[in-house]
Every structure is written in structure tokens, then in C-alpha cells.
Design a binder for this molecule. Structure first.
Ligand code: UDP
Length: 475
């Protein structure tokens, strides 16, 4: 170990190493801003291709962030191939050697970062981009393998030791998590997952983009039951104060101007609009999109629907787009806004006209809905999203499930129009909807209190900085 002595007056320096996908990058960027605003030196690793976008997002005058660029291979459909992830190790090694920061916060997708940091005596902190509930469930399943005791993929099993007797099925787990491969013949992603879980347990600790009041039992279980060191420092999105910051998070150009969205929303009644968006990676089939469109039309609610499609030219006045029922857009004029590409999601969710959110259950999206006090229709697709769904529907009571049963990467499981319609009605009108909306608003208030001075996240950030000081200056 090549450790370096730091003196007491030196400014604490954290290097942030995000995975280059929106759901990981956005919160890590916000985390870097947060620590900079608390007087620490923040350095963010990024790639040559996306560095230019940052000038737009790093506009907060109170938080200066240094940017360093790595040569990063291109993402394939939003994912970085596993083989190339490990090739980033030497660049990280070189950076740590050069800068000797006091701490490295690295994404869970870089398991080897723990060893690189250890080489220089620097604590490595893991960032998952998820909540306490899901990271606890993952670690419990990894340690106790309760999914090995069921006879079929659709048979529910209880997640060992997780408070609340929580049940899930193998169908709802991502393939890599089932860990079914024989050791000699382990698939790359299964191995990657195994190595990641071990690195998490061997790391110094974990920073979680959540707040204690939202999932107390699971924050306690992760720390005391599973013996992990963790700080809950969110919701990070609430540190965006300026309108431009809220409208330009991440590194995507929005396909619609935030002002245009707001103007459209302002013509609608409070809680009357459904917002539909499935995150950055989901890409549903045309036939599933037709089901969504038909259910929206049948329900009659106003909507903003974000679709990962480009506008096609009309040929002889005919609709070219196979993912829309014939004449749909014309019939929905004034009632529905279709955003092809990327929407200013946080700005939309915060508008009082939005009364419900149909989400794929990415953690950032859920947290954004919680902060905006908006209940959800949960429609998980992949990764840990089925776990997040359980938190939203069964534990927090701020969402209704659309009824998907299987984890299917990118394209998702099939859903029928009738099921979407049913979930939309439950979400938007009636006593249940009002109850969920009330609870969601309460959580939204708690979130704001958590980040204020004296709040739970504020105090956890203090505790984390204090521990870093003790750790760095006592060596
Ligand atoms: N997002 C957005 N506009 C879009 C789609 C997504 O601003 O059109 C943002 C969304 O607000 C969230 C992030 O992208 O902050 C997606 O993260 P999440 O964890 O919800 O899902 P993922 O994309 O990682 O599956």
C-alpha cells in the first residue's frame, strides 16, 4: 500500500467515478455538486465524448467541480460491455497516483476500484444508484440464496431476514442474480455480479441516494443486519435549485423545451395529467406501444408520453408510425403531448397538473416522483426494478402495479391494454388515488426536511465528512 500522509488543513478531496448511463451519471454528478457545496474538492471522471455536455449541467455557481476525462469505449445500447469496463483500471490507477484524493466514490459497476483505491490507502465508497430496500434485498439473496429452494420460477419465496417477510419470484429477478451457473462455466455477467457483491462487502462503505424516513427498516437492516457501513444522503435531485439545473440534468439534449412543457401543463387542471416515461434504457416493442396508446385513449386522461422514437415524415398524409394507432395524434391534439426522445422529467413531475406517473421503477424516477408527491403505476422492466416496485406498492403505498410478472431486459414483459387501463384508473381517480397522492405528498415533505440543516440526510453527510477527516488525518 502506497499511502500518503495528509495534513489537517488540507481541503478534503473526493474523486467521483460514475458509470456512464443516465441513471448512474445524474445522481453522481449531483453528489459531486453537493460535496463541493459543502467545501470539499470534487473531481468528476467523465469521457471525452460527453464532457462538453457538462458545461450546461455544472452551472451552479456555488459548486465548482473539476472534470477529468478518461478514454472510454462507446456504450452499446446504453450499456458498457463487461470486457471493456475492466480496461479502465489502469487509467484510474494513474489518476489516484497523481491526485492522491482522500476518498474515491465509484459506481458499483467498477468492482475492481476497491483494489485500486486500496493500493493507495484510499477508502473506496460504493454507489449503486438504488435504494436501501433493493441493495439489502440483493445482499440478502446473495448471502442466503433463498431462491434456490423453490421448485418453479413463478413460485414466490421470502427474502431471508429482510424486514416485512418480502416475497419475490425468480421470474422477477435479473438472470445474473440467479447465480445458477456452475462455477467452471460461469457466464460473464454472473461472474461480474458475484465479483461486484464481494467488492461491495469489502469496500469502506456505501453512499445511498435516499433518505432515512422513507425506508427506515431497510436502512437499519443494511447497516445493522448486514453489517454494512452506509450513509443516506439524498434525495440528491433536491440540491438542484436553479430552473436550468432542473431542466438540464444528465447529458442529454431535451427533445422538448421545458418552457413549452410548462406552458402546456399550465393549461391543465391540478392532478389531471398522467406522465409516462420508462427511463433511459427501456425500448418497448411497437405492439406494446400501441397497447399503451390505446389505453390512454380509452382512459381519457390528459397525458405527456415520452417515447424513444424519432418523428417520421408523413407520406401522402398517412401516418408512418407503426407504434401508434391510426390517427392517434390527431385525435389526441390538446389532450396528449408525445415527446420523442428525452423529456425534462424533473420539471414535468414537479408541475401541479401532473397527477400520476407510469414508471419503469428506475430508482431516480421513483425518487423524483416521491419528491414531487406524485403516485405511480409501477411497470418494472429489468435490473432491480421489480424490487423497487415492491417498495413503492407494498411498503410505501404510493403506487399500483400494472401487473408485469417477468424481468425482461430492455423490451420488458408483455402487458395487455385492459391491465394498463385498470391501473391508470386506480392511479388517477377515486379514494385510493387520493390516499396514495396524500401519502406521496407527505413523503415529499419529509424529503425536503431530510436535506435541510438538522435533517437526517444533512446529518449523515456531516457524519460522512467527519469520518473521512478522521480517517485521512490520522494516518
Ligand atoms: N430522464 C429524463 N428524461 C427522459 C428520461 C429519463 O430526464 O426522457 C431522467 C430521469 O429523470 C432520471 C433518469 O433519467 O433521473 C433515469 O434514471 P432511472 O433510475 O429512473 O432509470 P434508468 O434510466 O437508469 O433505467
Amino acid at each position: 500500500m502506497e499511502s500518503k500522509t495528509h495534513n489537517h488543513h488540507e481541503q478534503l478531496h473526493i474523486i467521483f467515478f460514475p458509470y456512464m448511463a443516465q441513471g448512474h451519471l445524474i445522481p453522481m454528478l449531483e453528489m459531486a455538486k453537493l460535496f463541493a457545496s459543502r467545501g470539499l474538492k470534487s473531481t468528476l471522471i467523465t469521457t471525452t465524448s460527453i464532457a462538453p455536455f457538462f458545461s450546461k449541467t455544472l452551472i451552479s455557481e456555488t459548486s465548482h467541480i473539476d472534470i477529468v476525462t478518461f478514454e472510454f469505449p462507446c456504450l452499446e445500447n446504453g450499456f458498457l460491455p463487461i470486457e471493456t469496463i475492466s480496461k479502465l483500471g489502469p487509467q484510474l490507477d494513474h489518476l489516484l497516483q497523481q491526485h492522491r484524493p482522500h476518498c474515491l466514490v465509484a459506481d458499483v459497476f467498477f468492482p475492481w476500484a476497491t483494489d485500486v483505491a486500496a493500493k493507495y490507502g484510499i477508502p473506496r465508497i460504493v454507489f449503486h444508484g438504488s435504494c436501501f430496500f433493493s441493495i439489502s434485498a440483493f445482499l440478502s439473496i446473495y448471502l442466503y440464496a433463498p431462491h434456490k429452494n423453490v421448485s418453479s420460477d413463478s413460485e414466490p419465496f421470502v427474502i431471508t431476514n429482510l424486514p416485512g417477510d418480502i416475497q419475490i419470484t425468480r421470474d422477477q429477478m435479473p438472470d445474473f442474480q440467479k447465480n445458477d451457473d456452475h462455477e467452471d462455466n460461469e457466464k460473464p455477467f454472473t461472474k461480474f455480479y458475484r465479483v461486484g457483491m464481494e467488492a461491495e462487502m469489502n469496500s469502506y462503505g456505501v453512499l445511498v441516494n435516499s433518505f432515512y424516513e422513507l425506508e427506515k427498516d431497510y436502512a437499519d437492516y443494511y447497516r445493522k443486519g448486514l453489517g454494512m457501513k452506509a450513509w443516506s444522503i439524498g434525495p440528491l435531485l433536491l440540491y438542484n435549485k436553479l430552473d436550468e439545473e432542473k431542466a438540464n440534468r444528465g447529458v442529454m439534449e431535451t427533445s422538448i423545451d421545458a418552457h413549452k412543457c410548462l406552458k402546456w401543463l399550465s393549461s391543465k387542471k391540478p392532478n389531471s395529467v398522467v406522465y409516462i416515461c420508462f427511463g433511459s434504457l427501456t425500448d418497448f416493442t411497437d405492439s406494446l406501444l400501441v397497447e399503451i396508446a390505446s389505453s390512454l385513449e380509452a382512459c381519457g386522461h390528459d397525458f405527456i408520453w415520452v417515447v424513444k422514437k424519432k418523428k417520421k415524415e408523413k407520406v401522402h398524409g398517412e401516418e408512418e408510425e407503426k407504434w401508434l394507432p391510426k390517427g392517434f395524434e390527431k385525435r389526441m391534439e390538446g389532450k396528449g403531448l408525445i415527446v420523442r426522445g428525452w423529456a425534462p422529467q424533473m420539471v414535468i413531475l414537479e408541475h401541479e397538473a401532473v397527477g400520476g406517473f407510469v414508471t419503469h421503477c428506475g430508482w431516480n424516477s421513483i425518487l423524483e416522483a416521491v419528491c414531487a408527491g406524485v403516485p405511480m403505476v409501477t411497470w418494472p422492466v429489468a435490473g432491480e426494478q421489480f424490487y423497487n416496485e415492491i417498495l413503492v406498492t407494498q411498503i410505501l403505498g404510493i403506487g399500483v402495479g400494472v401487473g408485469v410478472k417477468k424481468c425482461v431486459n430492455v423490451v420488458g414483459d408483455n402487458v395487455k391494454k385492459e391491465d394498463i387501463e385498470k391501473a391508470l384508473r386506480r392511479l388517477m381517480v377515486g379514494e385510493e388515488a387520493e390516499e396514495m397522492r396524500k401519502r406521496a405528498k407527505e413523503f415529499g415533505k419529509m424529503a425536503r426536511r431530510a436535506i435541510q440543516e438538522g435533517g437526517s440526510s444533512y446529518s449523515d453527510i456531516d457524519a460522512f465528512i467527519q469520518e473521512l477527516k478522521v480517517h485521512s488525518y490520522s494516518r
